[in-house]
Design a binder for this molecule. Sequence first.
Ligand code: SF4
Length: 214
Amino acid sequence: MWIMPLEWDALYRRAYDGVNYRLRGFAGGRLAGLCRPTSVVFLLTELCNAKCVHCDIWRNKGKEDSPTLDQWKTVVRDLRSWLGPIHVAFSGGEALLRPFTTDLAAYASELGLFLEVLTHGYWDDQSRIEKLALARPGRITMSIDGIGDTHSLVRGREKFWEKSFTSLQTLKRVREEKNLGYVIRLKTVVMSHNLHDVANVAKFAAENGMEVFY
Ligand code: SF4
């Protein structure tokens, strides 16, 4: 498979997204059936080690019957051949619970896909976060619902903020040390539990070279 230079990938995505978005409404929607996906999200697992107040996924227990690394690689490669270097996201559950997620991420990045990986960052083992950074995704998105105790309360485990914060510091450090270009995005679910703190997330993002998405 021919891999385009990075800047061509970005140009391709802009043109591809523009055409597909416009096609939906063009001619009263009669051509909408020709549209192709502009973004594909893979749920690598339905397990999670957080305990969020707004989600029940963490209640799932037991062994999962999900694809192997080689099977995922085949899917990712086929997708790249079909649609080109589009936006692909790895999510879950907690995507980093899968031991092969960082290897799969490196593979998807090498294929030229604009890869986003979502994580809650609740990891003591920072080598996992470093490996994710070195997989060269286009964006790493971390769920952050507030600063300090608000975040830990929403995420349902003690010291959640402290661990997520450490992971964010690792992402910043590796980005700088290795001169990598990934965006660090903070993703905030707005709810009554954190309404008082959502502006602080934006402030934190601005002060730390990150972006925020509500
Ligand atoms: S981190 Fe995400 S998947 Fe896990 S319990 Fe919270 S919202 Fe659900």
